[in-house]
Design a protein around this ligand. Structure first.
Ligand SMILES: C[S@@+](CC[C@H](N)C(=O)[O-])C[C@H]1O[C@@H](n2cnc3c(N)ncnc32)[C@H](O)[C@@H]1O
Length: 254
């Protein structure tokens, strides 16, 4: 069963394009400030690229997308194909379990930067135990060592107060990933948070207990992490985190 893709996801993403516009703008701003060294990009969990701006993809010579959802490839081509044709960017869309095949995919695209596009936060629903989720994330991180890569993923999600106020603005925040485990505390709003992120959590008008998507250790220490609110529906909000990790060779030159 696909917990995060498929026809229901496409229908919701299509219907809520307007409502998600603010979040998509923040994702675009985050992407625009990244200057990838690679001329090729692999996107894992690309879906139809509902929240992905075509202009950012146009900077690459080649974009390869992977998703387990069979509707993702034709819809991604439909949404982004014409723009990529105009920029002369090659586009290849594959249907595959890209996490199970990660090692082979990375070897086949050795010169590509890799973007996990809102998929790593869903791993906890795809494994029977939290330990299995943690070891899957560990495995992914091991395979990425030395590679230029990034991820946009759920950190937390949960109910928001229905005042309507919070929906009028999209909250963002930036932090630096520290070494070691993040100390989790319960904020005023009941959200489990790093104390440094408390202002962001309270601006979300969070209510009740939020779900931890187990992604707090995805980025290596020193990564700049962007926190972006995503009002998935009027009552439910996702706290997205986005970060980009430079390849070893580039980091070494700076
Ligand atoms: C929240 S959606 C991604 C949204 C997408 N980035 C967009 O902008 O529309 C998560 C996607 O990850 C895909 N996915 C989940 N597990 C996967 C796996 N093991 N390999 C490839 N894709 C996967 C799902 O099919 C789904 O399309």
């Amino acid at each position: 069963m696909n917990h995060s893709g498929g026809p229901l996801w496409h229908a919701r993403a299509w219907r809520r394009q307007g409502a998600w516009g603010g979040t998509c703008n923040h994702i675009r701003q985050w992407l625009e400030q990244i200057q990838p060294t690679s001329r090729q990009l692999v996107i894992i969990g690309a879906s139809a690229g509902w929240m992905m701006p075509s202009p950012w993809l146009q900077r690459f010579d080649k974009v390869t997308t992977f998703d387990i959802d069979r509707w993702a490839a034709p819809l991604f081509r439909w949404r982004h194909g014409p723009a990529l044709k105009r920029s002369g960017t090659q586009l290849h869309c594959g249907t595959v379990d890209a996490l199970a095949e990660l090692q082979a995919l990375l070897a086949a695209h050795a010169d590509a930067a890799v973007l996990f596009d809102n998929v790593l936060g869903q791993l906890r629903f795809m494994h029977v135990s939290l330990d299995q989720t943690a070891s899957c994330l560990d495995m992914i991180k091991r395979h990425l060592v030395g590679r230029e890569w990034g991820s946009l993923h759920d950190a937390y999600s949960g109910a928001v107060r229905h005042t309507g106020r919070v929906l009028e603005r999209v909250v963002t925040f930036q932090s630096l990933k520290q070494d070691g485990a993040v100390q989790m505390v319960s904020g005023d709003a009941g959200v489990p948070i790093d104390p440094g992120l408390a202002p962001f959590a309270s601006q979300l008008e969070a209510e009740g207990e939020w779900l931890d998507h187990l992604t707090s250790e995805v980025f290596p220490a020193g990564t700049t992490v962007h926190h972006i609110a995503w009002h998935y529906s009027r009552h439910y909000c996702h706290w997205l985190q986005a970060g980009w990790v430079k390849s070893k060779s580039r980091a070494g030159r700076q």
